[in-house]
Ligand binder design. Sequence first.
Ligand SMILES: [Mg+2]
Length: 347
Amino acid sequence: MRKTKVYYRGCLIGGAIGDALGWPVEFMSLEEIKSKYGNRGISSLVIGRRGRAEVTDDTQMTLFTAEGLLRGETRGYNKGVSETGKCVYNAYLRWLYTQGDPADDTLNIYDGYLIKQKELYVKRAPGMTCLTALRNREMGTVDNPLNDSKGCGCVMRVAPVGLFYRPQFAFNKGMECSAITHGHIIGHLSAGAFAYIIASIMSGMDIAHSVEDTLIELSKYYNSEEMVDLLKKAINLSMGKKSNEVCIKELGQGWIAEEAIAIAVFCALRYKDDFEGAIMAAVNHSGDSDSTGAMTGNIVGAHLGLNKIPRKWTSKLELYDVITKVADDLLTGYSDDGDWWMKYPGY
Ligand SMILES: [Mg+2]
């Protein structure tokens, strides 16, 4: 059965918590993390200067992905013309504006809900590929790649695609959203696969089956063999006896897209009913802790729902109200009851 509101919220809030937990240790080696936070590594949210646990570009861009999809598809429903990719691109330009870049006066796009949220106007180590691509004012597509990057910035932001569409649509839309800034096919496939996992969970599958289905879908694409192998390795490691540290080291560091999704899949499968265990495993390593934390939190949060995320993780989270509102909008398509949305072809 299709998941309800608490699971939409669980997915986006779960991702934001993983992001916030991983952010203080993003650029630290595991040894450095342990010497600062003890042998278990970082195990609770660090509270920032404003009294909240801080989220980074992963959560910020996830919100803007959602806004782009919502505006594109709502327009499509009402006017019959849907340029969702362009709307997501424009949403990313609004994100760029929140990062301190000047507005482009030739574009009439600087409006909407997110751009009014002051807490979004902070720079927390935004990815260079995203910044550079957006500053060039050219929108990349799968057929017209902008560069050769497969940095994980193209995949950590696409959970809303999986919340928004059925799995089959989600794969293609995830690829499209990724191609806006990143040109490498493995980046596109990683984003497609990640969106597909989330969409499958939202359609009522458990995490293991959603990952299995994703592998079948992924295998249909050219150049996907290595990625399929890496994800199979993540599945096997999750069922084995090796420690989290050893397993994650075998999968990579998560700076590039396929490693980030492999680490997230590993952590989500090993701790599928234990949100805390999942995000702690996902951030305590020498790689891109906030992105692997965010993606793991998205998957396990979508599976468990917000009610099963312990309160100690949610109570001091920055942007909590904004994130839950955006999650609700993804469920209902800006309407009160979601009625038109349920009849929409992509849903
Ligand atoms: Mg980040």
